[in-house]
Design a protein around this ligand. Structure first.
Ligand code: KIV
Length: 272
């Protein structure tokens, strides 16, 4: 069953910008497949991110680095088929845009042509500016991502809060302006002090979406599987769990196993 919303028009990058201008908070969640994409879209989320967190959540990898362009395209295609309203943003996976802006453009065009998604997200500031500009020059909207950038985990060595020190905070503010000036339509800030995120959101005209970046930004994003409790082994302070679906699924599956073993399932009404 779908939720009745006041406004069922398709969400666009322009509408996301208008939301910031009128002070309406933006909701964003991940999805990686058709069924979850459909549920998230029908629940009224504004932006669906086909995140490279699929590498962890869907593929069981320890980091986001191993996921390939083909795998991201597969997940994104499945999500797009289930979405009628939300803006669909797709992560460019590690290794497809950092080295060379021509390769970045080729990867970006492949994602857009094959998935029919709306926009792409790239991690990084000044160091990936050429790639960001190339992708934008093809008319593909880009969402930036600063702060904790999981594709750089091997550089950081941990998933601790970023930009606590002044020099890193100053670079983040500079990078945020560089991305806005280049033409990005929005920016994700991950796991940074709330005060810094507030400053960036107030200095930029484009929407700033936070994850572990406090409440004084223009919107929030979480990983769907974490917020509904399908994953249980990841509990950072910023995560609010809205359900315990892992427990509900365990109970249902254990009940099914019991019914099969006892011969209770299927009953007469459940057969032909
Ligand atoms: O891949 C992802 O899920 C993300 C969010 C954490 C913002 O990039």
């Amino acid at each position: 069953m779908s939720v009745q919303r006041e406004d069922s028009r398709r969400v666009t990058t322009h509408r996301i910008l208008e939301m910031k201008q009128r002070g309406e908070k933006i909701s964003m969640l991940t999805a990686y497949d058709f069924t979850m994409g459909t549920i998230v879209d029908q629940s009224g989320v504004d932006i669906i991110l086909v995140g490279d967190s699929a590498s962890n959540v869907m593929c069981g990898n320890l980091t986001t680095l191993p996921i390939t362009l083909d795998q991201m395209i597969f997940f994104a295609k499945s999500v797009v088929r289930g979405v009628n309203r939300a803006l669909v943003v797709i992560d460019m996976p590690f290794g497809t845009y950092q080295g060379n802006s021509r390769e970045a453009l080729a990867s970006a065009i492949r994602i857009m042509k094959e998935t029919h998604g709306d926009c792409l997200k790239l991690e990084g500031g000044e160091e990936i500016l050429e790639s960001v500009k190339r992708v934008l020059s093809a008319g593909i909207p880009v969402m930036g991502h600063l702060g904790l950038m999981p594709q750089s985990i091997n550089k950081y060595g941990s998933y601790a809060v970023r930009a606590k020190e002044e020099d890193e905070a100053e670079k983040l503010i500079r990078d945020a302006h560089v991305l806005e000036d280049a033409g990005c339509f929005a920016l994700v800030l991950e796991k940074i002090p709330a005060k810094l995120a507030k400053q960036v959101a107030s200095e930029l005209t484009i929407p700033v979406i936070g994850i572990g970046a406090g409440n004084e930004v223009d919107g929030q994003v979480l990983v769907l599987h974490d917020m509904v409790g399908l994953t249980q082994d990841f509990s950072p302070r910023f995560l609010r769990r809205y359900a315990d679906l892992q427990r509900i699924m365990h109970e249902a599956i254990e009940h099914y196993v019991k019914d099969v073993k006892s011969g209770d399932f299927p009953n007469e009404e459940e057969q032909y």
